[in-house]
Design a protein around this ligand. Sequence first.
Ligand code: ZN
Length: 375
Amino acid sequence: MKKIKSIKLKDKYVNILKITGVILCIFLGIFIFFRKQINDLKKYGYSEKASYNILFSFKKDYILSKGENKTLNAAFESKDYNENNLDRYAKINYVKQDNLIKNINKLIKIGYSNDDIDLILTHGDATAVERFIKRDKVKYLDEFFSIDYAKLDNYDRYVAYSDETGENDDYVVLYVNLNLDEDAYTDSFKVKNFSYDMLINKHRYLDKKFKPKNLVKIDTKYTNDNEFYANKVAVNAFIDMANAASKDGLDLVINSAYRSFDDQLEIENTYRNLYGDDYVTKYVAKAGYSEHQTGLAFDIGSKSSRIFSNSKEYKWVLDNAYKYGFIHRFPKKYENITQISNEPWHFRYVGKKIAKKIYEEDMTLEEYFVKFLDK
Ligand code: ZN
């Protein structure tokens, strides 16, 4: 009896073990199948989270037919995923941006096309996009935003300036990005850091305390006998240039270089007392707004000629300055952009690479800034 009972008990355990085994095998099978599905999706660059959500919304085949697509990945990662917009997500270019899917949903709802949405998303950060979304559908998106440095936040100003002047779209975007549609010296931007490509003008200023890096005294051999200071790299570049000019029988000297905030204030006040406010506004940079405070600007002259713009030296410098890293900063034909009347003598050190580009493409430092630095 005892023996039989123990055999029966053993059978019972065996059966339980068998059933458990089968159940485990089924779960393991499901798990392996599930992992394989996830891995199929991961091969196309979908994240674990996105892959999981794709499987549970039964969109695996759809996704695999689209292949790698970062916007779809973001959509399936997002709590804002909306199945009705699935085909749209697939066609909109991905940008790394907070609330991307939420914003895309809103833009679709407003009635923008996929191309419009691509333009909107690539011309501002998430906050700019959120601001833009608050308005009704706008016109002329393509006109302005096909220009890659156009800014979403400036849209109204582009339209206004374009209506006002009828200028072409490239010019409108350049002009507005430089804040030239606003009065000089108002709402100016404070430039904090020294760099060889820094832009200072009537809309971008330096603090009273700003001092350039590596100010050095310039050997008076290279000046009009006065004592000047400027950035060391710029000074060395000027010396190279002056030596090269001298080999061509020409003499270049520095008539002005670094000027502190207070130096500029003194100049401003002197001219104001002599000629009045209008003159100062037109011809003299206000303290903080002078490029001379950067230590990178030189007023260049020649001992052998009284009027620099008529000299052989001036012609030589126009043709050669870029080789030493200098640009002619305020040419007559770009007065509308620089907002400074033609100054034949004023040259600015920006480094050889930028100087070459500005020279070859015949542009201003303002235009270079908008196109390559202010993105
Ligand atoms: Zn100057």
